[in-house]
Design a protein around this ligand. Sequence first.
Ligand SMILES: [Zn+2]
Length: 401
Amino acid sequence: MNATSSSRDYPAGGCAAYRTEDARWAAVMQRDPNADGQFVFAVVTTGIFCLPSCRARHPQRQNVRFFADAAAAQAAGFRPCKRCNPGGVDRQQRHARVIAGACERLSHSEQPIPVATLAAQCALSPSHFQRLFKQYTGLTPHGWYRAQRANRLRLALQQGETVTGAIYQAGFGSASNYYQQADAALGMTARQYQRQGEALIIEYAFGRATLATVLVATTGRGVCAIFPGADEAKLYQQLAAQFPRGTLVAAAPDSALITGLDEILAFMDNRRPAFPLPLDIQGTAFQCQVWQALQAIPPGKTASYQQIAAKIGHPRAVRAVAGACAANRLALVIPCHRVVRTTGALSGYRWGQALKRQLLDREARDCGRTGSAVSEKSAAGGSASKGITADSGCPGEKHHG
Ligand SMILES: [Zn+2]
């Protein structure tokens, strides 16, 4: 990405990549989806304004006027197009996509990325970007980056790296006071962490998604459990059984969990593509492989246990694959509901067959097609949610085949 870090280039609501009329017209001609949310175009002969990606027939260039956003076009007397709904709900989805992309870049970066650079990559003003980032993640970009880096450090330490090696590998190496920074990230020295591990405090909260009540729980590293169900008391018992040595505490009102809860529920309801908070995925190496394969099944599709087993290179480990699906603690984020029998029959679901059926029906409806087997091509396309990476915290345990 070619971005400048100067904020004066980006007036509020302005956009670096689509600033000239020529650039905007080119985006319209290409129906460039990345231009959506950056400007709208209005057609003087019809009195209607559209998103750049609108599928409707293109107007004559001389009849087109550009506006910064829907409000400006409306103020000039234009009406929103019914087809592309330029002022409507898509805005939220576009923002979610943009912020998910920024999180992705941050989590793969070896050093912090300045807010101005991130904002420019998203073609947003720094202040707008910062506000959206906070809204969608509950964290500042820098806070998000630090959380990811701390995850990498914990992971490297868990995997038996030397302290120096782990600190360097996690991306602290470029900081001048990297030992202190690493200790601050862990809340103890790296050596202590390696010796005793963390006392596990688990914060939890309940929310109401369309299809179920949802219990969401976090460790200091990220979201560790998402359990849908009907009964709060039962969900709490499941959580306690899952983390017998953990201390369960109701999340504080100002915690990232509570402030991010609405966005989590929006994800559960299919209203936003990416999960908003960091994840703390704990599993064996084999389970992580299976979960990764599950995340590659796009919404609206299903795969069989056999297909997943073949995909991860253990074609005979069908039962172990089923076991890994049943051990999933992150409902929907790791979409184990998309695994069905070879016959297409539903098979079990940790949170009940009825819910599984409802989830699959909804996805089939939203994707406008019925479930079909996962293919190489669709698997490569991946799902919109963040994949399981080493950063997410899967320790490299051996599985017992
Ligand atoms: Zn339109």
